[in-house]
Design a protein around this ligand. Structure first.
Ligand code: PLP
Length: 284
């Protein structure tokens, strides 16, 4: 396997960054994940636009021209013979003597890795997945795709221990923000698709944005607003979306069945619409 680190393609096992890299010392960095489906980089423009925004919020410069980064992402996928997988782009403020303040002359670290993946087990689409709910203990700038992921690590571990696929994080007012690595959706009994509006309280998912555009184009009624855990328990359907899952039905929340406990038609329709938008067949 091959990784790209600061201008060089290196064997994955030898790829490294310095112990004084600010990504390691302070989680001072951002990342993006782009799925590669049948060789197609899904929603790449959206992911690079969000990367640009994340970099800007942290006052980090682009480590290379975005067009060059597109090339590196393809080259890493090619060298790893990945036609179906995930490309990770990680940018930190680079190596500098430990000091909280920005280094005067920063040299950002850029790492690009890629791995093959099976997008969803067929069972996940046939039966749906379970989620648990947990308090959202994250910081106030969840709109930045920061590499500081400790709350998500703890949340996913709790989900795994509960036999669930994802943990939905809940704000103190009882509203669901999002999953640990996905956006959260419900379909009300009136057939309205609901997902939280973009703000500093969630990461504005690129898949989320495409699904909303697809819903709009298909005339599916939707609302961008916060919903409570109780509303989710009472929903007809529930879904998660992300670059690595596209759109997967949620059939249990905290052990309670959603609707009649089987994946619903709107979720299926949205997944198909998303894959058609990317221009590929469902890899499952
Ligand atoms: N929310 C969080 C916290 C995430 O980490 C992710 C993706 O990793 C998402 C939402 C989904 O975003 P996207 O659709 O861009 O993958």
């Amino acid at each position: 396997r091959t990784a790209y680190v600061n201008g060089r393609y290196v064997a994955h096992g030898d790829a490294h960054v310095h112990i004084e890299d600010r990504g390691f010392q302070f989680a001072d960095g951002v990342y993006e994940v782009v799925s590669v489906v049948d060789g197609v980089f899904a929603d790449e423009d959206g992911h690079l636009a969000r990367l640009s925004r994340s970099l800007n919020e942290l006052e980090l410069p682009w480590p290379m021209h975005p067009m060059s980064l597109r090339f590196v992402m393809r080259e890493v996928a090619r060298r790893n013979r990945v036609r179906n997988g995930l490309v990770y782009v990680q940018i930190t403020r680079g190596q500098a003597p430990r000091d909280f303040r920005f280094p005067v002359d920063p040299a950002p670290t850029l790492v690009v890795t890629c791995r093959s993946t099976k997008f969803s087990a067929p069972q996940q689409l046939e039966k749906g997945v379970s989620v648990i709910t947990i308090p959202d203990i994250r910081w106030a700038r969840r709109d930045i795709k920061s590499v500081a992921l400790l709350p998500q690590v703890l949340g996913k571990q709790r989900a795994a221990e509960a036999g669930a696929f994802e943990a939905w994080q809940v704000d103190p007012d009882g509203t669901v923000t999002e999953g640990c690595s996905s956006n959260a959706w419900i379909v009300t009994n009136e057939g309205v698709l609901v997902t939280r509006a973009a703000s500093t309280r969630i990461l504005n998912g690129i898949t989320r944005l495409s699904l909303l555009a697809e819903a709009e184009a298909a005339g599916i009624p939707f609302e961008e607003r916060a919903f409570t855990v109780e509303e989710a328990y009472a929903a007809r359907e529930a879904l998660i979306s992300s670059a690595s899952t596209f759109c997967v039905p949620v059939t249990r929340i905290d052990g309670k069945p959603v609707g009649d406990g089987v994946p619903g038609p709107l979720g299926r329709r949205l997944r198909q619409a998303y894959l058609a938008h990317v221009g590929v067949d469902d890899p499952v």
